[in-house]
Design a protein. Sequence first.
Length: 318
Amino acid sequence: MKTVPIIDLTPWFQGDAADRAQVAGQVDQALREIGFLLVTGHGVPPELRAGVRAAAKRFFALPEEVKRRYAVTVGGRGWLPPGVEANGYAEGTPTPPDLKETFAVGADDPIGDPVIDAEWFLRNVWPPEVPELRSLVTEYLARMRALADELLVVCAAALGLPDGFFTSRAGHPSYTMNINRYPPLSQVGPPEPGQFRIGPHTDFGTVTVLDRQQGVGGLQVFTRDGEWIDAPYAEDSFTINIGDLLARWTGDRWRSTRHRVLPPDPSAPDEELVSLIYFYECDPLAEVQSLGPPIGTVAHPPVIAHEYLMEKLKAITV
């Protein structure tokens, strides 16, 4: 049975050409076989991640009537209350709403196109009740952008393409970050049949960078063998997967893999988890054409990135 590999990026950052080629080869194999990997040696300080998580928890602990001032729906910037999102619908599986609440931020530097800006470069919302949230999240977003770009360079190397093949289409990219709080069973009660913290789905963009906590009701990945397996946990790692857009770009050489977050488990009734999930995309107006042989095997019709992604987002909104 395939497992999610753990790949150390230290040789990529500090090694020679052979070291970088070895890392790129490991990434290629992981994305072909399972679509997920864990990375260590990424250089993002654990103190920053802990600071973002702590500030987010202070926001989530605010009274509901305060959080309601910042309530939005999927794709917006602010608080997504419980009940507004059901990720299973993205693959056509009707499920109850996901058992989570979210604070969402993202790219906010407009490109000057009113339609694109209104969809993808909305103003971020910073609740004054938690003043430290803005500086911490802004620094974290900068770190995630740099890491995501580096991962796209690794991806290009893995395919034998020029380093800038993907990043040249991410000069002014869209991206979002969801800070998800998964409340404990003692708060939400038993889940409905088919209800998850996040229902089965694939991601939509290029690369996703996930900082998660270890838990019983944690992340599972769907294998080619048709089995759900627990994703491994490694201290000071990020969990990386690719989205539908990058899989399409590679002509389905790489897998955009279904995954889910299990509901709270009776064995851990007080388990509360907070995940930081950075969804990277590319320039909204970029045209994505499938790479042909020897890289890809499926020639999907070309798509404009923002049109493709918007259809995906609409599908998961309750």
